[in-house]
Write a protein that binds this ligand. Sequence first.
Ligand SMILES: Nc1ncnc2c1ncn2[C@@H]1O[C@H](COP(=O)(O)OP(=O)(O)OP(=O)(O)O)[C@@H](O)[C@H]1O
Ligand SMILES: [Mg+2]
Length: 605
Amino acid sequence: MTRKNLNRIKEQTIGYQLKSFGRLWPYLWPQSKPSYKIRTLFAIIATIAGQFIIVAAPFFLGQASDSIEIQITELGLGAVIGSSILILILAYGGLRLVSVMLSEGREYIFAPVAQHAQRSIATLTFAHLHKLSLRYHLEKRTGGISRVIERGIRSIDFLFRFLLFNIGPTLLQLTLAGIAFWIAYSWEFALIAVSVVITYIWFTIVTTEWRLRFRRDMNTKDTEANSKAIDSLLNYETVKYFNAEHYETQRYDKAMEGYQKAAILSRTSLATVNIGQSFLMNIGLVGLVLLATQRTLTGEMTTGDILTITLVMMQVYRPLNILGFAYREIKQALTDMEKMFALLDLQPEIQDSPDAEKLRGDQADINFSKVYFRYESERPILKDVSFTIKRGDTVAVVGPTGAGKSTLSRILFRFYDIEAGSVHINGHDIKKVSLESLRRFIGIVPQDTVLFNDTIGFNIGYANPAASQEDIETVSKNAQIHDFIESLPNGYKTLVGERGLKLSGGEKQRVAIARTLLKNPAVLILDEATSALDSVTEEGIQSALEAVSANRTTLVIAHRLSTIVNADKIIVMDKGKIVEQGEHAQLLKKNGLYKELWEQQKSKN
Ligand SMILES: Nc1ncnc2c1ncn2[C@@H]1O[C@H](COP(=O)(O)OP(=O)(O)OP(=O)(O)O)[C@@H](O)[C@H]1O
Ligand SMILES: [Mg+2]
């Protein structure tokens, strides 16, 4: 067996998994919330006290039973209940009631702590997900991640409920029963009670593991039958073309047969487990009663003791009924929780360096120096890219699709770290400035705009939560979208649909421009910001964009060269390399790629 396999097996054992349960402790005992510590403490005390009381109660009834016998021998039949007997019986009922009140009352005390723990961990995980890098998010399915969180959170509640307040107390109850038997009667009683319950627990765990196979099998077969049925119905017409209804029904029945077999095994194996459990329980009970009876006959014990022993054992056995289920679910919950903690343990690829400084000011010099970059190890994207943008300048990047233009903006935002070379803003290496200040510094109108499923107003105001309606309308006017929004029945309160799909490409683009104008960043990146617009609208926006980029460092990525002829510098990229750079007129004279692209586009117009 390989080491990896061994490790996997180790990780599946419940003992190993219980370790991650320990990670919940800081939430049960939160340093910042002393009142929650008190709640947790009281919940634990209530649970423990409840177990003491529930074990003590039967002793009162046993005592009552003995007193009844005494009363009969002393007073004969026909007398009324003596007061001592009455008190003992009332004590039995009262103690049982108090024990239930303690364990249910614990909910009142503990529910806020459990909910607080769930919420803290959920929020922590959510915040952490936003810290993880773009690379991580592009590789993971969002649905998968949110399922990990959802299940992880649910598992916390389950673990508190079952491990802390069900299985734990039951084990305590068993221990207390053992001690009580020992003190009140003799060690033999303690030994039988404890060893039988431990055997019972061992038996349940082993057989539950064995049964898991059948359950899994049953689930797989169920999915199989289901997908056959769906596939068959989706192919409704094809089935008709080939008169295959009978064949399809047979196939479905075959799949159902597999399910049936697995389901039968699952049911019968459960019955086997139940019989085994009952066998053990009753052997234990009968053994204890026989021993007690023998001692009663020799006068060492009383019939009341037999009653007490029976009642105590019944109480211990009762919660053990669901042990198989609880074991299976606890195991699942521990796995779910572990997955969530594993998510929390993931180190973000891009992090602030320890001595990160803040990027300040409202002007920027940008310098790319010999930058090499790849998204995936096999495929270099940027090769030896060097250029500078002087403060206040507008630099355009042009080139064929896939050349690496948008990649430049992702690097500037530090969504990815580069492989070699450096990127400086105002002389600061962007790896050495805080991500927060870097990203505040730069505004982008991205190539593909995705919007929140909320109102247009919300989406524009997202750039600055403090912005007033007036600010939002001003930037909307500059982005040439105000009139459109006003023409909608709900105006700025119009919902844009998931990812903004209810807006046209050009409308989305103008929302993106408006919100970037609202952000008012020191560096502006326009990545094909007007590509989805008709030429009239584009011209309208162009002047607005030129106005905002006038004395601001701007990087324009464009396919339509006519929009960038006035740029201070034009960088021509191809296959991840800079092939030419200079002003429009200079580049035309060079007769290179730029000239070629220019001629192509001119001939189209
Ligand atoms: N997350 C990613 N993982 C792997 N490869 C990527 C990733 N993003 C982009 N690429 C690849 O990097 C190359 C450059 O992409 P980039 O988006 O910079 O191109 P572009 O010049 O902006 O093209 P376009 O004009 O079509 O927008 C492309 O070949 C693309 O397939
Ligand atoms: Mg691009």
